[in-house]
Design a protein around this ligand. Structure first.
Ligand code: AKB
Length: 315
């Protein structure tokens, strides 16, 4: 039976990943950690420890206490916050990753950490961005993600740590809000649609970015971690995506279910310039070929589910 340590377990991915893994592997086998505790299911439904990921000693103590054999390192600052606080972002994103990799090496644990479409930059081919291509990001977050991918590959080649990763697009979910990302507009729009019937987008019309609904992202993590290592040509990290859209597309999708929904624009120059430096759409064929990646949700299917779930949640 697996013993999984999750950092950033109360964040957008962690809140749902913790619950899914607890259902699969048993609540006691999934140790949730975060910098502070919140009154949430992920914090209350099984073991929880306070962990600042820049503290290597405490991370090691927790890993040894529970004899973990898998580490899922999710704690990180997202792109817009990292741009506002670049030194803090470097220390947290790189320091936390280094500590998590060291802990995985000591524990001989399997390792997962997410990368992002943010690892690409303005000189990357913008459409159908290949798995292996130019990666010269111009954001602190992107610099962290490229360095992180290289570091995780280094731990695999140098120390034999079974490191695996995904380049996630914007992730859309109704359980926990993302914080400080560039793609967050695609989550906020659903909340505002249900609460107020309109949304002011900080991303301009015509800006395409890859996106994925959370159930597909969680399945991709589990499928990658269970994939036969002999079939993996790549490790850190695989392009994965489910859809690519611009604000007008998501607005039109919402109007199919809420005909009176309205959207206008007030573009945030910082997040817009981050979005402009990212691909329009990435190519996930390596993930499909090497471990069978497949997504279930397209834009309309996701919109229908998001609106239904948020109506229940916000009522
Ligand atoms: C962000 O917008 O920063 C993240 C990401 C795409 O990595 N959602």
């Amino acid at each position: 039976m697996k013993k999984i340590l999750i950092t950033g377990a109360l964040g957008q991915i962690g809140s749902e990943l913790t619950m899914m893994l607890r259902k699969t592997y048993g609540a006691d086998n999934v140790i949730a950690t975060d910098i502070k505790k919140s009154d949430t299911e992920a914090a209350e439904s099984g073991p929880f420890e306070i962990l600042d990921v820049t503290d290597l000693q405490t991370m090691g103590e927790i890993a040894r206490k529970y004899k973990v054999d898998t580490i899922m390192h999710l704690a990180a600052l997202l792109s817009a916050t990292a741009e506002a606080k670049p030194v803090f972002a470097w220390n947290l994103n790189m320091g936390g990753l280094m500590n998590a990799l060291e802990t995985a090496r000591e524990q001989k644990a399997q390792f997962f950490t997410p990368s992002s479409i943010g690892a690409f930059g303005p000189s990357t081919p913008k459409d159908d961005t290949p798995q292996d291509t130019i990666m010269r990001p111009t954001t602190m977050y992107g610099v962290n993600k490229v360095a992180g991918e290289l570091l995780a590959d280094y731990y695999y080649h140098k120390f034999g740590v079974d490191t695996r990763g995904l380049r996630f697009p914007g992730l859309i979910s109704y359980v926990a809000m993302p914080g400080g990302g560039t793609t967050d507009y695609a989550v906020e729009i659903y909340y505002e649609a249900v609460k107020n019937g309109h949304y002011t987008s900080y991303i301009d019309k015509g800006t395409y970015m890859d996106m994925m609904y959370m159930p597909d992202a969680l399945k991709a993590i589990v499928d990658l971690m269970e994939a036969d290592p002999a079939k993996l040509v790549h490790r850190n990290s695989f392009n994965v995506t489910a859809m690519s859209f611009e604000p007008e597309d998501i607005s039109a999708s919402i109007r199919k279910y809420m005909p009176n929904f309205e959207m206008n624009y007030q573009v945030d120059p910082v997040r817009q310039s981050i979005a402009d430096s990212w691909p329009n759409s990435i190519d996930a064929s390596a993930a499909k070929e090497e471990w069978g990646f497949k997504s279930e949700y397209d834009l309309d299917k996701m919109t229908k589910d998001m609106l239904e779930k948020l109506r229940l949640k916000l009522s």
